[in-house]
Design a protein around this ligand. Structure first.
Ligand code: GLN
Length: 478
């Protein structure tokens, strides 16, 4: 009997090589388990049975021929439903795309499959990745596998829940303001937001293009590093993907972090008196015991981050979502007299409340007269926030911070107060605004058994230091 929930990439590699099970047997069991578990969490929106079995057969054929099955050979992977998959429905959690079948694969998806990965299903998410709790999905919320009356975080809640419940070994999510790290923290798994430009956005449905990243989820730091290594690197289909060589992240995990300089941002930790704060401080103590030098630092423009993010992200979203007009993508309202009515009715019926709120806010901050006062000013503040990090990284090699002010909250708890929901992202959006790599690594549980994640941030393109720290911490802490 294969237990998918206990597997790592390395364990799968060994088991396939030793012929303990085949890739097809593993894919079959992963699909069975995921479908059986799904009613508990609603983590998956649809499964790709045929595609998964075909990918698994390719892996088995390669092994039978004595070839290398690839870095992800046979590994069951879940993919957030904002990342397009050729021939497999990609809904973005929206009624507007309920029946949309993309004609191409995202580059990250192509690379996962080229490395032998087996994509078993597409995961639930907030509509167009807008949200912090997964309650904005048109297809129902996701439940946190650790505590089913609570949210898994968002917007990549389905991917986090799939990895936490063990139905996928790794998953892809997307992060614009915290949507990989925050659900990773809420579900007790590892979540990585790479440097902006590290991973191609080709095939990632655009929310706020200057902030969007594809990022891995895994149960171990090493698996997250391996998956990032597979999907990272320049792609001619995305002009913002960086021509920077990709190191072998997994091979760099040496468990020796002695002498690394860590910064604790005063602005993030001073007010954090909750249990989450205590767990972060304990995490920092562990890193200190491993020989890291810890000092307090300041990121003085932190206070402006939430306001700055919600201007830039909504401005870009209002433009990106303009394409859903009832003409080019599947959903069209059925009862319109004129073309203008058709646009209005399609968008009125197709978008959920959060998307509409953001389109209105974004259109407003971009409109003549307000552009300078809001959008342009937010861009200047973004530059200041990025400069804060640059200056901090002249003194330290990495920054350690909380991911979220609180652990997973109850379903419905913050639904009526969008502003309160936006504040969930207070510690994660700065990393996206600066474009630096950041990740969440589990650092313990509250007295109620709710997972808490610790955030590690490093310099542009220095994912290696981030992974080395997280891996050393994971092996000391667990
Ligand atoms: N929760 C944030 C938002 O609603 C972040 C979303 C994301 O990272 N995709 O915008």
């Amino acid at each position: 009997m294969i237990n998918v929930a206990n597997l790592t990439i390395e364990a799968i590699r060994e088991a396939l090589a030793a012929r303990r099970f085949s890739a097809v047997e593993l894919a079959t069991e992963a699909l069975r388990f995921a479908e059986a578990e799904n009613p508990k969490t609603n983590a998956y929106l649809h499964f790709c049975t045929e595609r998964a079995l075909a990918a698994a057969r390719t892996v088995d054929d390669r092994i039978a021929r004595g070839e290398d099955p690839g870095v992800l050979g046979g590994v069951p992977v879940a993919v957030k439903d904002v990342i397009v998959t050729r021939g497999v429905r990609t809904t973005c959690g929206s009624r507007l795309l309920e029946h949309y079948i993309p004609p191409y694969d995202a580059t990250a998806v192509q690379r996962v499959e080229a490395a032998g990965g087996v994509i078993i299903g597409k995961t639930n998410c907030d509509e167009f990745a807008m949200g912090s709790s997964n309650e904005n999905s048109a297809f129902g919320p996701v439940r946190n596998p650790v505590a089913p009356d609570r949210v898994p975080g968002g917007s990549s809640g389905g991917s986090a829940a799939a990895v936490a419940q063990g139905t996928a070994v790794v998953a892809l999510g997307s992060d614009t303001g915290g949507s990989v790290r925050q659900p990773a923290s809420f579900c007790g798994v590892v979540g990585v937001t790479p440097t902006y430009g590290r991973v191609s956005r080709y095939g990632l449905t655009a929310f706020a293009s200057s902030l969007d990243h594809i990022g891995p989820f895994a149960r171990t730091v090493k698996d997250s590093a391996t998956l990032l290594g597979v999907i990272a690197g320049r792609d001619p289909c995305d002009s913002t993907s960086a021509p920077v060589p990709v190191p072998d992240y997994a091979a760099a995990l040496d468990r020796n972090v002695k002498g690394l300089k860590l910064g604790l941002p005063r602005e993030y930790l001073n007010d954090l008196t909750s249990e989450s704060g205590d767990l972060i401080h304990r995490g920092v103590d562990t890193l200190r015991s491993l020989g890291c030098e810890v000092r307090e630092i300041s990121l003085p423009n932190t206070d402006y981050a939430v306001a700055c993010y919600y201007i830039i992200a909504t401005a870009e979203a209002s433009s990106n979502l303009a394409r859903y007009d009832g003409v080019r993508y599947t959903f069209r309202s059925g009862h319109s007299e004129t073309l203008a009515d058709m646009y209005r009715n399609t968008r009125g019926e197709g978008f959920g409340a959060e998307c509409k709120r953001r389109i209105m806010l974004g259109t407003y901050v971009l409109s003549a007269g307000y552009y300078d006062a809001y959008y342009l000013k937010a861009q200047k503040v973004r530059a200041l926030i990025a400069r804060d990090f640059q200056e901090a990284f002249q003194q330290v090699d990495a920054i350690v911070a909380p991911v979220s002010p609180f652990p997973a909250f109850k379903l419905g708890e913050k639904l009526d107060d969008p502003l309160e929901m936006y504040l969930s992202d207070i510690y994660t959006i700065t990393g996206d605004l600066a474009g630096i790599p950041c990740m969440s690594v589990p650092c313990g549980k509250t007295a109620d058994g709710l997972p808490v994640g610790m955030q590690i941030l490093t310099r542009h393109f220095d994912e290696t230091t981030m992974f080395r720290l997280a891996d050393a911490y994971e092996h000391t802490h667990n």
